[in-house]
Design a protein around this ligand. Structure first.
Ligand SMILES: Nc1ncnc2c1ncn2[C@@H]1O[C@H](COP(=O)(O)OP(=O)(O)O)[C@@H](O)[C@H]1O
Ligand SMILES: [Mg+2]
Length: 257
């Protein structure tokens, strides 16, 4: 569903984290948020999801969430936070507990989420038996099982090696072709932004402000085609030129802790 972020600013005590963020996200759109480390990306995601109350501004959704959506917002984080003593299916079902759903609906939702993430054969396995990539698929299935209207992804692939990350990017694209959430995808990886997002929002160094919004006109499903290789390289180059100086400055900053 459409999401509106209006004049959002946030501070932690004297530390200004975000300044005057205005952004409208269309229904079913994927927006990537990139920017130097510490610029307020996770803060903005927390504000969108309602974990944090901004000091100024507001976030709103247009219209009621879809009827089968149990949560308007769901997060996917970098660390999978799976319960080791629960099977894959039971970890996914965790998001349905205390929801007063019938057993049949729970089973149907878990089965659908496992199928969407390629985990059907692994329903009875335990997290320690799985690779990092499969564990993150469980994290994704657990988020999707509530059929969120807005999916909030905070560096979901950052803990994975390059090949696993590549496979998961393909999976995310396949999942997104089949489910209809609106998505905000925080990453510091420019390739993920260029491959997965309809629009890329570039934030400045802290306090994060919107520096630039880059629309990528080729649909995500088609970007992997050879004829778009030059476009992806160009997007990557433009994003890097936008954040390079600020990333270098942020890198050399002395932190007051
Ligand atoms: N709970 C907190 N208390 C104090 N400062 C915080 C807290 N969370 C984040 N910050 C600070 O706010 C800034 C933005 O943090 P964050 O949103 O995590 O950035 P990013 O996700 O872009 O790396 C950073 O300088 C960080 O140190
Ligand atoms: Mg962060």
């Amino acid at each position: 569903m459409p999401l509106h972020i209006e004049k959002v600013s946030h501070s932690y005590g004297a530390v200004e984290a975000l300044k005057d963020i205005d952004l409208d996200i269309a229904d079913g759109e994927t927006v990537a948020l990139i920017g130097p480390s510490g610029c307020g990306k996770s803060t903005l995601l927390g504000i969108i999801g309602g974990l944090l109350q901004p000091v100024a501004g507001q976030v709103s959704l247009s219209g009621p969430p879809p009827a089968d959506s149990l949560n308007p917002f769901t997060y996917i984080f970098q660390d999978f936070a799976l319960l080791p003593w629960r099977s894959v299916a039971a970890n996914v079902a965790l998001a349905l507990e205390h929801r007063r759903l019938g057993a049949a609906e729970c089973r149907e939702r878990v089965a659908a989420a496992l199928a969407l993430t390629g985990l059907s054969e692994f329903a009875a396995a335990y997290p320690k038996q799985l690779s990092g990539g499969m564990r993150q698929r469980v994290g994704i299935a657990r988020a999707l099982v509530v059929r969120p209207a807005v999916l909030l992804l905070d560096e979901p692939l950052s803990a994975l090696d390059a090949q696993t990350r590549e496979l998961l990017m393909e999976d995310l694209l396949a999942i997104w072709a089949r489910e209809k959430s609106t998505r905000v995808y925080v990453t510091h990886n420019l390739e993920e932004a260029a491959r997965l997002a309809d629009r890329v929002v570039v934030l400045s160094r802290r306090p994060g402000r919107i520096r630039e919004v880059l629309q990528i006109d080729v649909p995500v499903a088609e970007r992997i085609r050879p004829e778009h290789a030059a476009l992806l390289i160009d997007v990557h180059r433009r994003l890097w030129s936008l954040i390079r100086d600020e990333a270098a400055t942020a890198e050399r900053e002395i932190l007051d802790v």
